[in-house]
Unconditional design. Structure first.
Length: 356
């Protein structure tokens, strides 16, 4: 270790090579170590490939859905509403399809969003447009007829959006820096709006944090992926700090969050409020997540039958079914909506192709 101190660059390599006596034993050890490193790399590549590859038999076939412009409202109980991802003039438009025939004809509005969510006649649309000199990001608060009630500038790129079951509370998360939750350096900002008082909480980072039963303070705290309970006070979200993520339960009235479980991202509260669907990171610092459901009473985690990596904040179709987006095969920037039983049984089912 001290023999080559102070030697740098190419001279170090040359000097080291001339001073090491290459015995048969040393040569075998080098070959063995090299083989182990290569196999480790191959193993990692196999894991990444297995998580990313698609089951072609379950994927939508060629050809797109029939889409036409029309009047769309958020109070139609018999329809599924989503962001249309199918190619054409209605791409990224808020669209809907009959719940009984999700592969049928779609009605597309003139509202286009990067992220969209709605509940009880209240919608939130996060928009992002790139100009010559800068990117413009904003949040639209929508009524049941998709008319804009208010517009709010966003501090970064849209990431997540949610509306409480009553329609009173709206939340959104943006990337202030970075473009992925697996980036080495990223920063998010999560805001919550009360649509009755129009009071905006600009950032959850101003809330007090209780971690492992004790007050917690850190400069690297980030929040994302809010989901609301029906009392219009309780919410769940992801807290990130010290390279770890936690599920937190929060109170808007007390402006406080408390950690519950580690390695939880993008929670989604079930309609009966007994469980949370979430994505769990499989490998640190990678874009590989598996979808789970957490029982809030027992904290038992149940892996869902979807075997592909899910980078999405899932939602609940009902108390038995979880819905999420996966990248569409061969279509850059497009995704499909899939559903899976919430109890870990069954298999994934294509719900709406070309949608998010």
């Amino acid at each position: 270790r001290t023999q080559f101190r102070g030697i740098e660059g190419e001279d170090a390599m040359t000097t080291t090579a001339t001073r090491i006596k290459m015995t048969p034993l040393r040569r075998r050890l080098i070959v063995l170590v090299t083989a182990v490193v290569v196999l480790a790399g191959v193993g990692t590549a196999m894991v990444l490939h297995a998580a990313a590859r698609a089951d072609r038999a379950d994927r939508p076939q060629a050809g797109g859905p029939t889409i036409s412009a029309g009047r769309l409202t958020l109070d139609q109980k018999s329809r599924l509403t989503f962001v249309n991802g199918a190619a054409g003039p209605h791409r990224t438009a808020v669209a809907s399809v009959a719940s009984a025939d999700p592969g049928g004809k779609r009605i597309a509005s003139d509202v286009k969003c990067a992220r969209f969510y709605a509940a009880a006649g209240t919608g939130v649309c996060l928009q992002s447009t790139t100009g010559v000199l800068k990117q413009s990001n904003r949040a639209l608060l929508l009524d049941a007829n998709l008319r804009t009630r208010h517009t709010y500038p966003l501090a970064g790129t849209p990431s997540r959006a949610r509306v409480s079951p009553s329609g009173r509370l709206v939340a959104w998360t943006v990337f202030v820096s970075g473009e992925s939750y697996s980036s080495a350096f990223f920063s998010t900002r999560t805001s919550i709006l009360d649509t009755r008082t129009m009071k905006l909480i600009p950032s959850l980072e101003n809330f007090s944090v209780v971690k492992d039963g004790k007050p917690y303070h850190a400069s690297d705290i980030n929040f994302w992926g809010v989901t609301f309970a029906s009392d219009d006070d309780t919410f769940y979200a992801t807290l990130n700090t010290a390279n770890k993520t936690y599920l937190v339960r929060g109170s808007l009235a007390r402006r406080k969050v408390t950690t519950l479980v580690e390695n939880v991202e993008c929670p989604s509260l079930s309609p009966d409020e007994t469980r949370v669907a979430f994505k769990k990171r499989v490998l640190s610092r990678t874009d590989l997540w598996h979808e789970y459901v957490l029982d809030l009473r027992t904290l038992k985690e149940t892996p869902l039958a979807e075997r592909h990596s899910v980078d999405d904040q899932a939602t609940w179709l009902d108390n038995r079914t979880v819905v999420y987006a996966l990248p569409a095969d061969g279509k850059v920037g497009s995704s499909d909506l899939w559903s899976v039983p919430a109890d870990g049984s069954g298999r994934p089912h294509l719900l709406v192709a070309g949608a998010s």
